[in-house]
Ligand binder design. Structure first.
Ligand code: URA
Length: 198
C-alpha cells in the first residue's frame, strides 16, 4: 500500500468525510458528534467496540465513560496506554437511548471501519463484544463461544489476527466476566509479539 504518511493523510480525509455523514437519518439527527475513533494512526493494536454512548457522543471520543475507564485500567495492566492503540466503534454515532445498533445502521457505517482497518494496518484487531465480532468475522457466532481465541482473518486486502474478547461494559457488573476479560486481555502482548500474519 501507500506510505505511512499517505495513509495518515487518507485517514484524516476519511475522518472529515465521516463528520458530515447522514447515511442514518435518525442517528444523524440525534447526535452531538460523530465519534470517528482515536489513538495512534499506525497502531499495531486496534480495539473495535459497539457504538458511542452519551459521554462519547458529547466528547467525540470513544470509550470515555465507565467502560472506557475499565479499558484504560486493563491497558495499564499490560503496560500500554490509549496513545499506543487505536480505538473505534462499529457505529460512529450514538443510537438513541443506547439501543443496539440496527442491521441497516451497521451496514451504512461499515465502510468507515473497513477504511480505518485498511489505513491503520493493525496486526491485531481486538473486537469487544458481539457486534464487532460478528461484523468482522461475517458470522453470527457469539462472543461467549469465541472470546480469548485469536484467529487469522482476511479483512479487506489484509490478513490480521482477530481477537474477540468480552465488551468491558458487559464485564463492569459481573465479576466472573471481568475475570475472563482480564485473562483474555493479558494475552494481548503475546499476540502482538507474533509476526504479522502474511
Ligand atoms: N463506549 C464506546 O465508545 N463504545 C462502546 O461500545 C461502549 C462504550
Amino acid at each position: 500500500m501507500s506510505s505511512a504518511s499517505e495513509r495518515r493523510e487518507e485517514l484524516k480525509a476519511v475522518f472529515h468525510q465521516s463528520q458530515g455523514c447522514v447515511k442514518c437519518p435518525q442517528l444523524a439527527a440525534g447526535r452531538t458528534t460523530v465519534v470517528f475513533g482515536s489513538g495512534h494512526a499506525d497502531a499495531d493494536l486496534m480495539f473495535v467496540g459497539e457504538a458511542p454512548g452519551a459521554n462519547e457522543d458529547k466528547q467525540g471520543v470513544p470509550f470515555v465513560g465507565q467502560a472506557g475507564r475499565l479499558l484504560d485500567t486493563l491497558l495499564g495492566e499490560i503496560g500500554m496506554t490509549r496513545g499506543d492503540v487505536f480505538v473505534v466503534n462499529v457505529l460512529k454515532c450514538r443510537p438513541p437511548g443506547n439501543r443496539d445498533p440496527l442491521p441497516q445502521e451497521i451496514d451504512n457505517c461499515q465502510d468507515y471501519l473497513f477504511r480505518q482497518l485498511e489505513l491503520i494496518e493493525p496486526k491485531v484487531v481486538c473486537t469487544l463484544g458481539n457486534f464487532a465480532t460478528k461484523l468482522l468475522r461475517a458470522d453470527p457466532t457469539g462472543i461467549t463461544r469465541l472470546h480469548g481465541r485469536a484467529e487469522e482473518r482476511l479483512i479487506g486486502p489484509r490478513r490480521v489476527r482477530l481477537y474477540p474478547i468480552y465488551h468491558p461494559a458487559a464485564a463492569l457488573y459481573t465479576p466472573s466476566m471481568l475475570e475472563i476479560l482480564r485473562t483474555d486481555f493479558h494475552r494481548l502482548p503475546a499476540l502482538l509479539a507474533l509476526p504479522a500474519p502474511e
